[in-house]
Design a protein around this ligand. Structure first.
Ligand SMILES: C[S@@+](CC[C@H](N)C(=O)[O-])C[C@H]1O[C@@H](n2cnc3c(N)ncnc32)[C@H](O)[C@@H]1O
Length: 425
């Protein structure tokens, strides 16, 4: 597997791998989320997409791949060759890519820079062993573990078996789900889930699907589509979507005939709500502002509060490498204050749905239980998950719904989410 190409030979796959390594540094070295990463503008869209897929795959399997590499290393490699080994070993062990192409590329990447050229032989030798002996070592590894601040809480609340199942679901990644504007829509290459979402079973661009330009559907995880279903019949009602951007739930509410006020602090993210509304031909009043400055009276309120987003690790495997427990306390205090403020905007007899895309009970179940203690007359309107097309095990003891990435694992899982409907007696 000696590299026969000159180090600077034009090679799209090589450019994508270089892009993936830059993104990997961004996450693992700089501890920043991929959502804020700008790919090299010289990369074409296909290579940028390939680089993105590669880095997500590396992050989903970093520990098991590292374990394989460790069994073939007799010394700790410096940063750059280590990342090249991680990338190439992931391609070999997880993605099942052609061994020659992967090894040649990793060697070429080492040869392309004076600082790393001396590691070309080393990388070649380690990867040859990965090719020859790595698969059974990899198969024997457990899925990537969650860091203690997430895993510990998940284990305490749901048990060790659930924690391991959630970790396996994170490693499996996430399919693309769509919410149809009109229930019952069918799309070629999409599976209709019992809750009404459409799950794409084949890859490809969502914007190329029939109906996209007309706004017949939008991308939204199956779990994220459920909080709005807890709001009851909102047709003709004044509804506030208090943390609205990028707007999946605003679209659902507008499609159900609600008179929606969509509010969010982020101007940039509200621009995405505006785009989504324009594409779908739906309408909502738009407010860029702080929940705490907002006044009014609403028949129904959706509070999709800012949270750790630990329920979305399937889609954002960079999150456990970047975020830490440090912010959780700030977020839970914010959620509590937001919930109190939002309850003050509710008209008599109105309903508020509280939700977070978090795996942490402290951002879900505990928030609702604590709110019940703070507000006399507040009650949870219990949800029967079966009425939504869900499973009985989704019900949470206080009356909300607890969704986990390992639910529906055989058909692709779902994001972790908590939601509860609240009314004041
Ligand atoms: C979980 S996301 C909302 C997702 C959205 N509901 C959807 O379905 O597309 C939380 C949002 O809360 C917004 N946010 C955070 N703090 C806020 C505040 N004090 N006032 C208003 N919006 C806030 C963030 O900008 C972010 O867009």
């Amino acid at each position: 597997m000696a590299d026969k190409r000159p180090a600077d030979a034009p090679n799209d796959a090589l450019a994508a791998r270089r892009g993936a390594l830059r993104a990997l540094d961004w996450v693992l070295k700089d501890r920043r989320m991929l959502a804020h990463f700008t790919p090299d503008p010289a990369l074409g869209p296909a290579d940028a997409a390939r680089a993105q897929r590669l880095v997500l795959t590396v992050l989903r399997h970093l520990q098991p791949v590292d374990a394989v590499l460790a069994s073939f290393l007799d010394r700790k490699p410096p940063w750059a060759p280590k990342q090249a080994l991680r990338l190439a070993a992931t391609e070999l062990l997880v993605a099942g890519e052609d061994a020659h192409g992967v090894v040649d590329s990793a060697v070429a990447l080492m040869k392309a820079r004076p600082q790393t050229v001396r590691f070309a032989g080393f990388v070649n030798a380690v990867l040859r062993r990965v090719v020859a002996e790595g698969a059974p070592v990899f198969a024997a590894q457990p899925a990537q573990r969650l860091p203690g601040w997430i895993g510990g809480e998940v284990k305490k609340r749901f048990g060790l078996e659930a924690l391991r199942a959630i970790e396996a679901a994170h490693a499996a990644g996430a399919p693309t789900d769509l919410t149809p504007r009109v229930p019952g829509l069918d799309l070629p290459g999409a599976q209709r889930l019992p809750t009404g979402s459409l799950r794409l079973t084949e890859g490809g661009q969502v914007s190329a699907l029939p109906g996209y330009d007309e706004g017949a559907f939008w991308v939204q995880d199956a779990a994220a589509a459920l909080p709005v279903r807890l709001m009851g019949d909102v047709a003709g009602k004044r509804v506030a979507d208090l943390c609205a951007a990028p707007g999946g739930k605003t679209l659902q509410l507008a499609a159900m005939g609600a008179e929606v006020t969509a509010l969010d602090l982020s101007e940039a993210r509200m621009a995405r709500v505006a785009d989504n509304l324009a594409r779908t031909g739906l309408s909502a009043a738009m407010v860029v502002g702080d929940v705490f400055d907002h006044q009014g009276r609403y028949d129904a309120i959706l509070l999709d509060a800012p949270c750790s987003a630990t329920g979305t690790i399937r889609r954002h495997p960079d999150l456990p490498f970047v975020k830490s427990a440090a912010k959780t306390e700030t977020l839970t205090r914010l959620q509590m204050r937001m919930l109190d403020h939002a309850l003050g905007l509710l008209a008599p007899g109105g309903r508020l749905v509280y939700c977070t895309c978090s795996l942490l009970p402290v951002e879900g179940e505990f928030q609702v239980r604590a709110a019940l203690k703070r507000h006399a007359g507040l009650r949870v309107v219990p949800v029967d998950p079966m009425t939504l097309g869900g499973d009985p095990g989704w019900a949470s003891p206080e009356g909300g719904l607890r969704l986990r990435p390992d639910f529906w694992a055989e058909s692709g899982g779902m994001d972790g989410f908590y939601m509860a409907a609240l009314e004041v007696a």
